[in-house]
Design a protein around this ligand. Structure first.
Ligand code: ACO
Length: 336
């Protein structure tokens, strides 16, 4: 039996900073409203024309993670890419990373679990490594939201929250089973699928080409919709449950947590969880203020920054937890 261990981390965000004041010039919103409800001060957006893509940002993050892991690209045995904003409708970005990094013809898997995407992807990588099938797995979470949001007052309840960026991790075999990823727990509840969703192109029996052909500006179905309060209420319950599930499985208590990296959905959600578990500020990492919600990229960006800032040390108990569209949620318990 093996465990898996994160041996390299990297992140990349586009240069263009979009502040709350910038948004209030194009829609009816305000810095005060956004900060009070979400904690977000600014986010990154790719350039409108010819900018980065989900894949190109994922590749940049992956290169840093591979270098820090101290391995060569040809040591990668498998690629897992989590995103809700792929470059192409198909194929998914996993194969594009294999091509763009010039990795030999290893398998590439795309994960479609939105804000929980990175947690799901890590869980899959962990199982492949634990089973002995693969030694080194590259896991990427990357998103370009800015091109797909309704940047008018109509879409303000969603569009002020999301940002662009990418994060990556290399997971590798760990022979000491008291170290590395101790457990992962995944859940879903599809009865709430439409509470946070982008319904096109499948909705109403249509497909991508029908929508392009229609080109109807009144059609809102190709913008994301979110029942914010319902999502919020579910998020605080599921975050707590799945963190406790992970801790209990390993006979641990909330007081054992050295660093909690919650998916950056809303600062108020993170604060709720922090208070519920009685954690000091130093034990919860938040960067939603700078980047907004980058869905599948949010945990690997936050984990990379926390590690770069020296806030994660050998032997620490690190907990990753996510909740999002699906609904899906999950946790990862790591002995660093
Ligand atoms: N600026 C100004 N006013 C706004 C904005 C805005 N950007 N957006 C909405 N409003 C208005 C609404 O129109 C409403 O006005 P009304 O009272 O006149 O009708 C009022 O503000 C309150 O709107 P609510 O939607 O009720 O605001 P709420 O307090 O619920 O905050 C928020 C909204 C921030 C989205 C919150 O519900 C939230 O964070 N939900 C959870 C989000 C989340 O966790 N998502 C999961 C991950 S995402 C994923 O998986 C893809």
């Amino acid at each position: 039996m093996y465990n898996s261990k994160i041996i390299g981390l990297g992140h990349y965000v586009p240069e263009r900073v979009v502040t709350n004041d910038d948004l209030s010039k194009i829609m009816d919103t305000s810095d005060e409203w956004i900060q009070e409800r979400t904690g977000i001060k600014e986010r990154r957006h790719v350039k409108k024309e010819g900018g980065e893509t989900t894949t190109s940002m994922g590749v940049k993050a992956a290169k840093i993670a591979i270098e820090r892991a101290g391995i060569e690209k040809d040591d990668i045995d498998f690629i897992i890419f989590a995103t809700l904003s792929p470059d192409y409708y198909f194929p998914g970005p996993g194969v594009l990373v294999q091509r763009d990094l010039g990795i030999k013809t290893v398998g590439a898997l795309d994960v479609r679990n939105q804000c929980s995407g990175f947690v799901y992807a890590v869980s899959v990588a962990d199982q492949y490594i634990k089973s002995g099938m693969y030694k080194n797995v590259l896991v990427i979470g990357s998103e370009v939201h800015s091109k797909g949001l309704d940047m008018t007052t109509r879409g303000r309840g969603v569009s002020v929250i999301f940002g662009d960026g990418a994060g990556a991790a290399v997971l590798s075999r760990e022979e000491d089973t008291s170290k590395g990823i101790l457990s992962t727990h995944l859940h879903s509840e599809g009865q709430h699928a439409e509470e946070l969703a982008l319904l096109a192109p499948g909705m109403g029996g249509r497909w991508v080409n029908d929508i392009v052909a229609d080109d109807n500006p009144e059609d809102e179905s190709y913008y994301p919709v979110m029942n914010g309060q319902f999502v919020f209420k579910n998020a605080v319950v599921r975050f707590s449950e799945v963190i406790m599930e992970g801790l209990k499985t390993n006979n641990l208590q909330p007081t054992d947590i050295d660093m909690l990296i919650p998916h950056q959905a809303n600062l108020r959600i993170s604060q709720f969880i922090q208070h519920k578990f009685g954690l000091d500020d130093s034990k919860v990492y938040n960067n939603i203020m700078k980047y907004g919600n980058t869905t599948a990229a949010s945990i690997p960006i936050a984990l990379t920054e926390a590690w770069e800032e020296g806030k994660i040390k050998d032997g620490d108990l690190v907990v990753l937890a996510a909740f999002g569209s699906g609904f899906t949620w999950g946790s990862v318990i790591i002995r660093w």
